[in-house]
Ligand binder design. Structure first.
Ligand code: HEC
Length: 182
């Protein structure tokens, strides 16, 4: 009898212990989830400041954002180029911009999972950020909408753009963050 009580107590303790640990196990990917969300927010914030404040201010004195800014006097880089240039400086993770109908093929989703995530965002405008494990990388995408007409116009008129009918408000792609998981 005593032994049975002992066994029961062990079982109860084990069940309680599993109950206490389970939420921790479920939240096991929380740190990378948080990291990716913070990185996306920071990248978006820097680009917004660049687009809204710097570009606007520069335009007032006749300096325009231009894809060929390196060779043009009175030109600064496009917001997309600013994000990509920052990404090129970063060593510890991958920062980029992707689209399903990009101006350059190098901006296509890198995997099927990224393409699927972009399609999911396209289907539901309420989905602004998606995070997911993809191979050995933990990834996050932040939706990139044509918030002003100029986004749509420039892409539609670009000779290399395969899509010529973007409209204001359309999802044009996403900022992508990719973290290596070891
Ligand atoms: C003056 C032209 C111009 C404007 C305005 C512009 N873009 Fe772009 N965008 C480009 C070019 C050029 C690239 C490719 C840059 C590269 O990869 O070097 C690009 C790249 C992108 C990409 C990556 C996928 C792709 O198409 O290559 C996204 C997403 C994007 N832009 C969204 C936007 C959004 C959203 C806006 C408005 C807030 C915007 N763009 C405004 C020219 C423009």
């Amino acid at each position: 009898m005593k032994r049975l009580v002992g066994v029961k107590a062990t079982v109860v303790t084990s069940v309680l212990a599993i109950g206490a640990i389970a939420p921790l196990l479920l939240a096991a990917d929380a740190p990378q989830e948080m990291a990716v969300r913070y990185l996306l927010e920071a990248a978006r914030a820097f680009r917004t400041v660049y687009s809204k404040t710097i570009v606007e201010r520069a335009e007032k004195v006749g300096v325009q954002p231009n894809e060929n800014w390196i060779t043009e006097d009175h030109a600064i880089m496009l917001p997309a180029q600013f994000v990509k240039a920052a990404g090129a400086e970063i060593r510890s993770f991958d920062l980029g911009l992707i689209g399903l109908t990009p101006i350059y093929e190098s901006n296509l989703p890198k995997t099927q999972a990224e393409a699927d995530a972009l399609k999911k965002m396209m289907a539901d405008p309420d989905v602004k950020v998606l995070t997911f494990m993809d191979g050995n990388q933990f990834k996050g995408l932040a939706a990139d909408y044509a918030i002003v007409q100029a986004c749509a116009d420039c892409h539609n008129n670009h000779p290399k753009s395969p899509k010529k009918d973007f409209r204001r408000g359309d999802l044009m792609g996403a900022i992508a963050v990719r973290l290596d998981m070891k």
